[in-house]
Write a protein of this length. Sequence first.
Length: 242
Amino acid sequence: MILAIDAGNTRTKWGVFDASGEMAAQGAVDNSQLGRLVQDSAAWAGCRRAVVSNVAGEVVDQQLRTLFEARQLPVRWVRSEAAACGVINNYARPEQLGTDRWAALVAAWNRYRQPCVVATAGTALTVDALSAQGEFLGGLILPGRALMYESLAAGTAALSIGQGVLCDFPSRTEDAIASGIAFAIAGAVERQCAVLEQREGALRCLLSGGDAQWLAAALPKSAEIVDDLTLRGLFLIEREHS
């Protein structure tokens, strides 16, 4: 059994995989409550090693290291590289690509083997393009839903930042903000899909992250929500390197 951990900007997700790649258990905690992983770790019994993507910084890194040391669990800390599991990383400096993005691309390619746009809607939105040959062509990074709301709240005095609904022609300020944020974020995904389709032909649009369902509602074309892409990619990377 392999334990995969995806430490993101806001939450840390984990999954336990058997030898065939099936997820036997999974969970998530807010980074502010990372100590709760001690209770979750009871589900890790039988794991012979762990593989980790951490984009959350040094504090989370140290907390995870302490936990692994207590359990005497060998760990691979993933670094983005020029190629892995059939995916070619065309980033100008491959090691600078976020490891969560890299693992998600690995999972997408190994699952579908066709052009994909992989959009992860979390604290930030990343929108990455994968070619028919398994090349990561590049991607976008922009503020996610919550960060956009926070920016408006911090930078304006007169706007009413409340619960709004998604609509084409908003006639309330709350709806105008909710719709504006949703369509701005959806527009980034739509554009990346359009330019990749022009280059590669038919493609899949894959959504993951905490706001995936919300983002899907704002897109005019169907997109596939695939949970745990990063965790599944981490498992594949660990299996290739072991």
